[in-house]
Design a protein around this ligand. Sequence first.
Ligand code: NAP
Length: 280
Amino acid sequence: MRKHHAVFGTPISHSLSPRIHAAFARQCGIELDYLAIEADAGDFRAKLDDFAAHGGTGANVTLPLKEAAFALCSEASERARRAGAVNTLVRAGDGWHGDNTDGAGLVRDLTGRHMLDLRARRTLLLGAGGAARGIAPALLEAGIGELTIVNRTPERADALADALGEPGRVHPRYLGDLAALGEFDLIVNATSAARGGQLPALPRSLVGRRCAAVDLSYGEAAIPFLAWARANGCHDAVDGLGMLVEQAAESFALWLGTRPETDGVYAELSGRAAALVTAD
Ligand code: NAP
């Protein structure tokens, strides 16, 4: 039977998810429609109900709806509860089961594709929005060392640190104090700063000897942070394209019970990375 899936968010027209899921479906011999549906906090619920009424059984949720998606789920996975944010909805009876595949996707990309050993890395997380909430638990589970969280709105960094529940290991700090935080082995940019404004000023003193820099964005939006990383001596500079493909594969497996192979899709998209617009 033909499956009906979609991604909800705004702006959504540049989303790569329909293309990625169509490729997965072809590869697995599954008949699938996958739409990109523009929705904001005001109309998300109504559009999701309409989608379900027309046979929709699986959805991805992106900026700025991940926390709203968590709130409407009738049940949620442990990792979604820990994140307080949902990027994958699976139809369950009359409601939705929520999950969050962002963290697993990021860790799989970093450790599997880019061969980074994350263990014991002193880590700086820039941002405390939906994506940061999704990846922080997975990074901790992957064995990073101390995690420092810095966000433009400090209360959100405090809230994320509290939710992670590891006060000895996770420390919220102020953006203005970056120069006093010492060196890191992993710096993750989980802000959407480059989309509209400017990256926060990042001092060179943050970069440790074996530091890897990761931007969750891809395409043009990843250029400022990755350029800063290369200019300041980071060992590795990784954009969010691989994470995007891996989190999609995790969602696909949750919906359809089969995990697609990801290297072909990643290779095809990364060949055109400079022309891509971050939208997922
Ligand atoms: P979000 O929930 O809207 O959060 C945005 C974050 O960026 C917040 O921490 C916000 O700080 C910060 N921010 C925005 N503008 C800023 C500025 N000018 N200076 C400093 N900080 C700023 O968005 P999200 O869902 O977390 O997404 C964040 C980024 O990750 C987006 O670019 C998204 O496309 C990307 N992402 C990629 C993938 C992937 O698969 N590759 C998956 C998920 C997300 P405040 O709290 O102060 O507003």
